[in-house]
Design a protein around this ligand. Structure first.
Ligand code: SF4
Ligand code: SF4
Length: 124
């Protein structure tokens, strides 16, 4: 518990420093296709700011956005809530989570999809 608390404090400090230093935005992480139908929520359990969400049984995101057909059985990350700590990446059993700038070309549209489900528009 102490280790988890220290990790959270460090993560928040990094995000605060980045914003104070004038960074336009903290990097975000993206959930991609391999999560579909897996949804074991391992990432949710380790996220220190609870910014990983699940689409409900009606195909709607927590922010009320309709999911794409065939892409409703997955989780997504809210890009503006993610503090770029990286804690979720190593616990994913199917390597579905990567930093936005490292998303492979074949799954590039999942960047915009995480934004869309979060009620945001991806500017590129
Ligand atoms: S990198 Fe992952 S664990 Fe860390 S805040 Fe973002 S979504 Fe949550
Ligand atoms: S850990 Fe990976 S497979 Fe499991 S819910 Fe998160 S993104 Fe999906």
């Amino acid at each position: 518990m102490i280790v988890e608390a220290a990790f959270l404090v460090d993560s928040l400090a990094i995000a605060t420093f980045a914003l104070a230093a004038g960074a336009s935005a903290v990097m975000t992480w993206i959930i991609m296709e391999p999560c579909i139908d897996v949804r074991d929520r391992a990432c949710v359990d380790v996220c220190p700011v609870d910014c990983i969400y699940e689409i409900d049984d009606d195909g709607k995101s927590v922010q009320g956005v309709q999911a794409d057909a065939g892409r409703d059985k997955m989780l997504y990350i809210h890009p503006e809530e993610c503090i770029d700590c990286g804690a979720c990446e190593p616990v994913c059993p199917v390597d579905a989570i990567v930093m936005d700038e490292e998303v492979p070309d074949k799954w590039n549209d999942f960047i915009a999809y995480n934004y869309k489900l979060s009620g945001l528009t991806y500017e590129g």
